[in-house]
Design a protein around this ligand. Structure first.
Ligand code: 6MZ
Length: 376
């Protein structure tokens, strides 16, 4: 009996975190893939004799992966998912999953990929992503920043839309194009050029990601500089492994945001704080990959106390079996924060989004109306 009551309490508690509006700023498309979709795609390729399903099943289902193993899994995911139809499917499902979580603004990042053998260019990869966004029908999605496609553009709706008495969820989506650390300067520049060409389709910035032990900062710098000069926002995976020189160079670049900041030393914190660069915090990812030894020593605590700009994010909700609601609940229970404080944290993230001021205003209105509903 007591056990049932405890389960019901946990479920009710989870419902609250689900219902709270949230802003997601650090989510990798292929890291956010549903396990069920990944397994289905792998099984189909197995049946066609393209892969041996029994070889990959345990890799997909494994839960405790080191950072090195995570990147091995990404290589496998890319083999399984990188064709136009699957990219479209994943994009659609990922948006639906975030919307179901009451994420009201999502900045989804992905690495445009070229694969000549199947006629895929970086542009056609991104077109497949956009097709996935357009295919979402279960929620209202606003992803085109300018008034170019009135049918896809749902604007000035300060809260979830009433439709036949039922409330349809609404989500703003913007895209970041990722440069993989394995890429050359030319390939990185190609991604930036593509982002500029796709600005009118909701691309707002550039991310630098990929295996942090691969590549050199100097390789990506020309493309990142150019992106910044052209008015694209830039976020960098920074300090995922100990690399003091690179961390300092990245901070000197003054990106609009950084992700992770796990291996920062005293001088890095000083530079970060004096330049007020917002940090995308991915708790489960950092703990699972052992980039941070334990949640008690996570830098969230210090940054939060000092009121440094920060935002809770999932990183790879599929790979790490998490969700943004779970990340908020995890932070609240780990750091002794109340619902009001967590709501404020989610709301403050609006200030660090890469979309324009009118989207910020809409989001502020959504949070204001939700404050009343949530009984805060
Ligand atoms: C660095 C990461 C990452 O781009 O194919 N990625 N890069 N650190 C992380 N922390 C664990 N998690 C994901 O999504 C998968 C790609 O995102 C980057 C890697 O480059 C990975 O291949 P897309 O949609």
């Amino acid at each position: 009996m007591l056990q049932i009551q405890a389960v019901l309490r946990t479920e009710k508690e989870m419902e609250w975190w689900l219902s709270m509006p949230k802003v997601e700023l650090h989510a990798h498309l292929n890291g956010s893939i549903r396990d069920s979709t990944l397994l289905e795609v792998a099984r189909t390729l197995g049946e066609k004799g393209i892969i041996d399903f029994s070889d990959v099943e345990h890799v997909i289902m494994k839960n405790d992966r080191s950072l090195r193993e995570v990147f091995k899994l990404f290589d496998l995911i890319h083999i399984l998912t990188t064709d136009h139809a699957t990219v479209t499917r994943i994009a659609k499902e990922v948006i639906e999953d975030f919307a179901a979580e009451n994420v009201v603004y999502l900045e989804l990042r992905t690495t445009p990929k070229r694969n000549d053998s199947i006629g895929m260019s970086k542009r056609s990869y991104m077109e497949a992503v956009l097709k996935g966004l357009k295919a979402v029908s279960s929620v209202d999605i606003a992803f085109i920043p300018y008034n170019e496609d009135a049918t896809s553009l749902i604007r000035s709706l300060p809260t979830n839309v009433e439709c036949n008495g039922a409330t349809r969820k609404k989500i703003y989506v913007r895209l970041l194009l990722s440069i993989d650390r394995r890429e050359t300067t030319t390939a990185a520049m190609e991604t930036v050029m593509l982002a500029l060409e796709m600005r009118h389709l909701g691309v707002v910035g550039i991310d630098l990601s990929g295996n942090p032990v691969v590549g050199e900062w100097i390789t990506y710098l020309p493309a990142l500089k150019f992106a910044k000069e052209q008015g694209l926002c830039v976020t960098l995976h920074c300090g995922e492994v100990p690399n003091p020189k690179e961390i300092q160079e990245m901070l000197d670049f003054l990106p609009q945001r950084i992700g992770h900041a796990c291996y920062f030393q005293k001088e890095d914190w000083e530079k970060l704080k004096s330049s007020n660069i917002p940090v995308e915090i991915c708790l489960t990812s950092n703990i699972r990959t052992a980039s941070i030894q334990s949640i008690e020593v996570h830098h969230f605590v210090d940054l939060y106390k000092e009121k440094h700009p920060l935002v809770l994010c999932t990183d790879d909700s599929g790979v790490f079996s998490t969700s943004l609601s779970k990340e908020y609940k995890y932070a609240a229970s780990s750091f002794g924060l109340g619902k009001m404080e967590m709501f404020e944290l989610a709301k403050n993230a609006i200030e660090y989004i890469f979309a324009d001021g009118s989207v910020k205003n809409d989001l502020r209105a959504i949070f204001a109306s939700e404050t009343k509903k949530l009984n805060l």
